[in-house]
Design a protein around this ligand. Structure first.
Ligand SMILES: Cc1cc2nc3c(=O)[nH]c(=O)nc-3n(C[C@H](O)[C@H](O)[C@H](O)COP(=O)(O)OP(=O)(O)OC[C@H]3O[C@@H](n4cnc5c(N)ncnc54)[C@H](O)[C@@H]3O)c2cc1C
Length: 376
């Protein structure tokens, strides 16, 4: 069985590389151990979130990726709403950070500082008491991950891409993939997009510098009449993403949070809100690091998430309908911007996207496929 590009993993990273290759008229085969992916790509918020990326190459890549999400959503027929995002501030240090961030090139990026009145009228659910203002960014998009992933698979099949599932890849080598059932795929290029599965293929690649992160998530019952508008974040998120690192006031936010919200810091809690097509609100998350995780969901961590949520967002209906966890790989001390790692001749792992895989996926796919097959 031959093709131009063989992809292990039909999470969003594998799919994005397959889409980029198919768009160039290349033949693509994907293998995944599950018919519908069950990994991080169907367990996330569905936030395509360029505002979380530091200005420069990663921000540009994220913005390009968001555009590609938008184009594909029209062709493949899934929701990808350009809701934008709103970070809200209730402390002077948070508000100063948002202002500093906006002052640096914010106008060119379409950023807006919203007054409490703007937030009340344009961002339903925002807690008014103590609100100092918000930073609105227009480029973030919201998708329903399981729906989007299934639709992208369908679109790829319609373009002639083969998805072999359930099939477990047990070996990769120069220009080939072999599966447990004996399938052998020969390819000009192999992309191993296996997410948090370090153990099956090329375990030697994932040494000391790699770890995993487990997150707790929740979603509410549907709110058919409620329109969230921009996806929401608050002060804790300012210290979670690297984008705000250049703001002088961030040190004051960090010091206060470490002093007053020690339990949140210990469990890596910062709180985001998205809304899916059925009207449910998706809430999270926490961050626990290690190679293996306790099987149990922690109510105390969910309480930290919900407690912080109530400081900036009034849930119209408080009943939580679903709780789940997700795991993604993390490359510790990641600073070099690398997302590909050679395994063998014409075989590369694409990994290390951490909590930004939905955001960067299509930009990375386009970039890597151009490098592998030539052209712009
Ligand atoms: C709770 C949570 C919330 C998040 N929220 C966001 C968000 O809002 N925005 C954002 O940008 N990012 C978010 N992320 C990060 C994002 O979800 C991940 O970065 C992204 O999904 C990683 O995609 P992936 O394709 O690398 O991995 P996965 O989705 O895990 O896919 C890997 C696939 O490889 C398959 N596989 C592995 N090994 C083999 C093998 N040997 N043979 C066959 N198949 C194999 C698996 O079955 C799986 O389908 C979040 C992550 C989590 C966990």
């Amino acid at each position: 069985m031959r093709c131009d590009l063989a992809v292990v993993g039909s999470g969003i990273i594998g799919l994005a590389h397959a889409v980029a290759a198919v768009r160039r008229g290349l033949t693509v085969r994907i293998v995944d151990r599950n018919v519908l992916p069950r990994g991080a790509s169907v367990r996330n918020f569905g936030m395509v979130w360029p505002i979380g990326q530091p200005r420069g190459d990663l921000r540009s890549l994220a913005i390009r990726s968001a555009e590609l999400w938008g184009e594909l959503s029209v062709e493949a027929g899934f929701r990808c709403t350009k809701t934008g995002s709103l970070h809200v501030a209730y402390h002077d240090d948070e508000w100063a950070t948002l202002q500093e961030y906006c002052d640096r090139a914010g106008h060119a990026e379409g950023l807006e500082l919203w007054s409490p009145g703007d937030c009340a009228s344009r961002a339903p659910g925002t807690v008014g008491e103590g609100l100092l203002g918000g930073l609105f960014s227009p480029v973030e998009r919201s998708v329903d991950p399981p729906v989007a992933v299934a639709a992208i698979q369908g679109w790829l099949r319609a373009q002639g891409c083969s998805i072999h599932a359930p099939e477990v890849a047990v070996e990769v080598g120069p220009g080939f993939v072999r599966t447990a059932s004996g399938l052998r795929i020969e390819a000009e290029q192999v992309a191993v997009c296996s997410g948090a599965d370090f153990e099956t293929l090329a375990p030697e690649l994932f040494g000391e510098e790699w770890t995993k992160c487990r997150l707790q998530m929740m979603s509410t019952v549907p709110h058919p009449g409620f329109e969230l508008g921009p996806m929401r974040a608050a002060g804790l998120t300012l210290i979670h993403y690297r984008s705000f690192e250049s703001c002088p006031s961030l040190a004051r936010v960090r010091a206060r949070v470490e002093r007053d919200l020690g339990a949140h810091v210990a469990h890596g809690v910062h709180v985001l809100v998205a809304q899916h097509a059925d009207g449910s609100l998706v809430l999270g998350d926490s961050h626990e690091y290690g190679q293996e995780f306790d099987p149990y969901h922690r109510d105390d961590v969910d309480d930290l998430i919900l407690g912080y949520l109530r400081t900036f967002f009034d849930l119209p209906e408080r009943s939580i309908a679903r709780r789940w966890t997700g795991v993604y790989p993390v490359r510790k001390g990641w600073t070099d911007g690398r997302f590909t790692f050679p395994i063998a001749d014409r075989v590369e792992a694409v990994n290390g996207v951490g909590g930004m895989g939905m955001t960067l996926s299509f930009g990375l796919g386009e970039r890597h496929v151009a490098r592998w097959f030539g052209g712009a």
